[in-house]
Design a binder for this molecule. Structure first.
Ligand SMILES: [Zn+2]
Length: 192
């Protein structure tokens, strides 16, 4: 791998940043919880903000449900990038959502081709997100997008480490918390 290619992994690619942002509309538990997208109005503002929906297009409760289904299915897939085991449960959800989210190939003036939604509205936004996931799987960046191994966090992060071995969104915060929990657990077991 050349230095220039390594340099490309310093930050999450723009196309995957939106997928990461979607997953991170929810993470953490208790007082560390972060929660967005609790109403169709919030979802509309979020999608418009990321250029996935045109201003004024309708967003229903059903749309919100489907986007949250996609978010949690993607979180499960990203967990597999840390735990190296493929969970079958999100696959059915993803296939179901993808079947209603048609994509087409579009070639640009610079000769590049991209996948674009072939449908308007929130269906198009779902198609766009699914297209970004698929494209990242092909170009090799997908394996670097992960969710934090600390089960009370589960925040999506982009692993920039050379050997792709990162498992915490933050070693200082989540890595040490998990280790402290494991230590307490071990000492409890030892006392029993
Ligand atoms: Zn974390």
């Amino acid at each position: 791998m050349t230095t220039r290619q390594e340099g490309q992994y310093k930050a999450v690619p723009e196309s995957l940043a939106v997928v990461q942002a979607l997953v991170n509309t929810q993470y953490g538990q208790g007082r560390y919880a972060h929660t967005e997208l609790t109403s169709p109005e919030q979802l509309r503002a979020w999608l418009v903000g990321y250029g996935l929906l045109k201003e004024g297009e309708p967003v229903s409760e059903g749309d919100l449900r489907r986007v949250l289904q996609l978010r949690e299915a993607l979180r499960s897939l990203l967990r597999a990038n840390v735990e190296k085991e493929v969970l079958t449960s999100p696959i059915g959800v993803l296939n179901h959502l993808a079947s209603a989210a048609p994509l087409k190939v579009r070639f640009h003036d610079d000769g590049r081709g991209t996948l674009e939604p072939d449908i308007a509205g929130v269906d198009g936004a779902l198609a766009s997100l699914i297209g970004e996931v698929f494209t990242a799987m092909i170009n090799g960046t997908w394996g670097r997008l992960k969710v934090c191994r600390y089960e009370r966090c589960q925040k999506a992060f982009y692993d920039t480490s050379k050997n792709r071995s990162g498992v915490w969104c933050s070693m200082a915060r989540c890595g040490s918390r998990q280790k402290a929990r494991a230590y307490r657990h071990r000492s409890r077991v030892a006392q029993d």
